[in-house]
Design a protein around this ligand. Structure first.
Ligand code: VGL
Ligand code: ZN
Length: 206
Protein backbone atom coordinates (compact mmCIF):
# COMPACT_ATOMS: atom_id res chain seq x y z
CA UNK A 1 0.00 0.00 0.00
CA UNK A 2 2.85 2.31 -0.90
CA UNK A 3 2.00 3.44 -4.39
CA UNK A 4 2.01 7.19 -4.64
CA UNK A 5 3.59 7.95 -1.29
CA UNK A 6 3.84 6.74 2.24
CA UNK A 7 0.58 5.97 4.05
CA UNK A 8 0.00 6.52 7.72
CA UNK A 9 -2.81 5.07 9.81
CA UNK A 10 -4.09 7.56 12.39
CA UNK A 11 -6.07 5.90 15.20
CA UNK A 12 -8.04 8.52 17.08
CA UNK A 13 -8.85 8.38 20.80
CA UNK A 14 -9.53 4.65 21.27
CA UNK A 15 -9.73 5.18 25.03
CA UNK A 16 -11.84 3.67 27.79
CA UNK A 17 -13.82 6.85 28.45
CA UNK A 18 -15.14 6.81 24.87
CA UNK A 19 -16.11 3.14 25.09
CA UNK A 20 -18.87 1.26 26.94
CA UNK A 21 -19.02 2.26 30.59
CA UNK A 22 -16.79 5.30 30.02
CA UNK A 23 -17.45 8.89 31.05
CA UNK A 24 -18.21 10.01 27.48
CA UNK A 25 -19.15 6.70 25.94
CA UNK A 26 -19.64 6.82 22.17
CA UNK A 27 -22.47 4.43 21.24
CA UNK A 28 -20.99 1.12 20.08
CA UNK A 29 -17.48 2.56 20.36
CA UNK A 30 -15.89 -0.74 21.38
CA UNK A 31 -17.08 -2.41 18.20
CA UNK A 32 -14.33 -0.88 16.07
CA UNK A 33 -11.38 -2.28 18.04
CA UNK A 34 -10.96 -5.58 16.11
CA UNK A 35 -11.08 -3.88 12.72
CA UNK A 36 -8.55 -1.25 13.80
CA UNK A 37 -6.21 -3.94 15.14
CA UNK A 38 -6.35 -5.70 11.77
CA UNK A 39 -5.72 -2.50 9.87
CA UNK A 40 -2.58 -1.67 11.84
CA UNK A 41 -0.73 -4.60 10.27
CA UNK A 42 -1.24 -3.08 6.83
CA UNK A 43 0.55 0.23 7.44
CA UNK A 44 4.16 1.22 7.58
CA UNK A 45 3.38 3.90 10.16
CA UNK A 46 0.73 3.84 12.87
CA UNK A 47 0.02 6.88 15.02
CA UNK A 48 -2.36 6.88 17.99
CA UNK A 49 -3.96 9.93 19.54
CA UNK A 50 -4.88 10.12 23.20
CA UNK A 51 -7.23 12.73 24.65
CA UNK A 52 -5.29 13.80 27.75
CA UNK A 53 -6.92 16.41 29.95
CA UNK A 54 -5.70 17.78 33.27
CA UNK A 55 -8.21 17.59 36.15
CA UNK A 56 -10.60 20.55 35.95
CA UNK A 57 -10.00 21.06 32.22
CA UNK A 58 -11.92 24.05 30.81
CA UNK A 59 -13.96 21.78 28.51
CA UNK A 60 -15.52 20.02 31.50
CA UNK A 61 -19.04 21.19 32.37
CA UNK A 62 -18.29 20.48 36.02
CA UNK A 63 -16.16 23.64 36.23
CA UNK A 64 -18.79 25.95 34.73
CA UNK A 65 -21.43 26.83 37.33
CA UNK A 66 -24.93 26.81 35.84
CA UNK A 67 -23.94 24.69 32.83
CA UNK A 68 -24.46 21.04 32.11
CA UNK A 69 -22.67 18.58 29.85
CA UNK A 70 -23.37 19.20 26.15
CA UNK A 71 -24.20 22.90 26.71
CA UNK A 72 -22.37 25.22 24.32
CA UNK A 73 -20.49 28.22 25.70
CA UNK A 74 -18.25 30.91 24.25
CA UNK A 75 -14.51 30.58 24.82
CA UNK A 76 -11.83 33.07 23.70
CA UNK A 77 -11.17 30.79 20.69
CA UNK A 78 -14.85 30.32 19.77
CA UNK A 79 -17.73 28.02 20.68
CA UNK A 80 -17.02 25.17 23.05
CA UNK A 81 -19.26 22.20 23.81
CA UNK A 82 -19.03 21.33 27.49
CA UNK A 83 -18.33 17.66 28.15
CA UNK A 84 -18.59 15.39 31.14
CA UNK A 85 -15.21 15.00 32.87
CA UNK A 86 -13.34 12.54 30.65
CA UNK A 87 -9.85 11.28 29.77
CA UNK A 88 -8.23 12.79 32.83
CA UNK A 89 -4.46 12.27 32.69
CA UNK A 90 -3.33 9.06 34.32
CA UNK A 91 -6.81 7.67 34.99
CA UNK A 92 -8.10 4.37 33.65
CA UNK A 93 -10.62 6.32 31.56
CA UNK A 94 -7.74 7.94 29.68
CA UNK A 95 -6.02 4.61 29.04
CA UNK A 96 -6.36 2.93 25.67
CA UNK A 97 -9.06 0.27 25.34
CA UNK A 98 -7.60 -2.92 26.76
CA UNK A 99 -8.07 -4.86 23.52
CA UNK A 100 -6.46 -2.24 21.28
CA UNK A 101 -3.06 -3.34 19.99
CA UNK A 102 -0.85 -0.45 20.89
CA UNK A 103 2.45 -2.22 20.07
CA UNK A 104 2.41 -1.30 16.35
CA UNK A 105 2.18 2.42 17.15
CA UNK A 106 5.30 4.45 16.44
CA UNK A 107 3.95 7.65 17.92
CA UNK A 108 1.31 8.63 20.45
CA UNK A 109 0.08 12.18 20.16
CA UNK A 110 -1.51 13.50 23.33
CA UNK A 111 -3.86 16.43 23.04
CA UNK A 112 -6.08 18.59 25.20
CA UNK A 113 -3.52 18.91 27.98
CA UNK A 114 -3.51 22.72 28.06
CA UNK A 115 -5.97 23.68 30.80
CA UNK A 116 -7.61 26.55 28.90
CA UNK A 117 -7.97 25.07 25.38
CA UNK A 118 -9.76 22.00 24.12
CA UNK A 119 -8.30 19.95 21.32
CA UNK A 120 -10.27 17.82 18.88
CA UNK A 121 -7.88 17.69 15.96
CA UNK A 122 -4.76 15.55 16.08
CA UNK A 123 -2.96 18.47 14.40
CA UNK A 124 -3.80 21.52 16.48
CA UNK A 125 -5.68 22.78 19.50
CA UNK A 126 -9.13 24.29 19.05
CA UNK A 127 -7.56 27.76 18.78
CA UNK A 128 -6.29 26.47 15.38
CA UNK A 129 -2.94 28.04 16.25
CA UNK A 130 -1.21 25.68 18.70
CA UNK A 131 0.22 22.65 16.88
CA UNK A 132 0.55 19.16 18.36
CA UNK A 133 3.68 18.19 16.38
CA UNK A 134 1.91 15.62 14.17
CA UNK A 135 2.41 17.64 11.01
CA UNK A 136 6.17 17.73 11.61
CA UNK A 137 6.27 13.96 12.14
CA UNK A 138 4.29 13.28 8.95
CA UNK A 139 6.53 15.63 7.01
CA UNK A 140 9.65 13.82 8.20
CA UNK A 141 8.13 10.43 7.34
CA UNK A 142 7.31 11.82 3.89
CA UNK A 143 3.71 10.83 4.38
CA UNK A 144 1.31 11.65 1.58
CA UNK A 145 -1.73 9.61 2.52
CA UNK A 146 -3.53 9.48 5.79
CA UNK A 147 -6.14 6.88 6.72
CA UNK A 148 -8.15 7.83 9.79
CA UNK A 149 -10.23 5.65 12.13
CA UNK A 150 -11.48 5.81 15.72
CA UNK A 151 -13.64 7.94 18.00
CA UNK A 152 -15.55 10.06 17.71
CA UNK A 153 -16.39 10.27 14.01
CA UNK A 154 -18.06 13.68 14.31
CA UNK A 155 -15.49 15.30 16.62
CA UNK A 156 -11.88 14.21 16.84
CA UNK A 157 -11.91 12.11 13.66
CA UNK A 158 -13.72 14.85 11.76
CA UNK A 159 -11.48 17.73 12.87
CA UNK A 160 -8.35 15.66 12.29
CA UNK A 161 -9.50 14.75 8.79
CA UNK A 162 -10.35 18.35 7.91
CA UNK A 163 -6.99 19.65 9.14
CA UNK A 164 -5.16 16.88 7.30
CA UNK A 165 -7.00 17.70 4.10
CA UNK A 166 -6.28 21.42 4.51
CA UNK A 167 -2.59 20.58 4.99
CA UNK A 168 -2.59 18.81 1.64
CA UNK A 169 -2.71 15.14 2.62
CA UNK A 170 -4.77 12.63 0.67
CA UNK A 171 -7.24 11.68 3.41
CA UNK A 172 -9.46 8.62 3.75
CA UNK A 173 -11.80 8.08 6.69
CA UNK A 174 -12.88 4.46 7.16
CA UNK A 175 -16.41 4.98 8.43
CA UNK A 176 -16.93 1.36 9.49
CA UNK A 177 -14.02 1.76 11.89
CA UNK A 178 -15.46 4.93 13.48
CA UNK A 179 -18.44 5.66 15.68
CA UNK A 180 -20.18 9.01 16.25
CA UNK A 181 -21.45 10.91 19.28
CA UNK A 182 -24.07 12.61 17.04
CA UNK A 183 -25.04 15.80 18.87
CA UNK A 184 -27.66 17.91 17.06
CA UNK A 185 -26.94 16.43 13.67
CA UNK A 186 -23.16 16.55 14.04
CA UNK A 187 -22.72 13.20 12.33
CA UNK A 188 -24.41 14.19 9.07
CA UNK A 189 -22.78 17.63 9.17
CA UNK A 190 -19.36 15.99 9.50
CA UNK A 191 -20.04 13.66 6.56
CA UNK A 192 -21.13 16.54 4.34
CA UNK A 193 -18.18 18.74 5.26
CA UNK A 194 -15.70 15.93 4.67
CA UNK A 195 -17.17 15.07 1.27
CA UNK A 196 -17.14 18.77 0.33
CA UNK A 197 -13.46 18.90 1.31
CA UNK A 198 -12.62 15.98 -1.00
CA UNK A 199 -11.97 13.53 1.82
CA UNK A 200 -12.58 9.92 0.81
CA UNK A 201 -15.13 8.09 2.93
CA UNK A 202 -15.04 4.33 2.67
CA UNK A 203 -16.96 1.76 4.71
CA UNK A 204 -14.13 -0.72 5.19
CA UNK A 205 -10.40 -1.22 4.55
CA UNK A 206 -8.86 -2.23 2.24
C1 VGL B 1 -13.62 13.90 21.82
C2 VGL B 1 -15.17 15.25 22.81
C3 VGL B 1 -14.26 15.64 23.76
C4 VGL B 1 -13.31 12.93 20.73
C5 VGL B 1 -12.68 14.29 22.76
O1 VGL B 1 -12.36 12.14 20.87
O2 VGL B 1 -14.02 12.93 19.70
N1 VGL B 1 -14.85 14.39 21.85
N2 VGL B 1 -13.03 15.16 23.73
ZN1 ZN C 1 -11.74 15.59 25.36
Amino acid sequence: MNSGGTSVLLVVDMQNDFCAGGALAVPDGDAVVPQINQMMAQFEHVVLTQDWHPPGHSSFASGHAGNEPFDVIQMPYGEQILWPDHCVQGTSGAAFHGDLSTDPAQLVIRKGFRPAIDSYSAFSENDHATPTGLHGYLHEMEAKKLVIVGLAYDFCVFYSAMDASMLGFDVTVVTGACRAIDLNGSKDAATKAMLDAGIHLVESWP
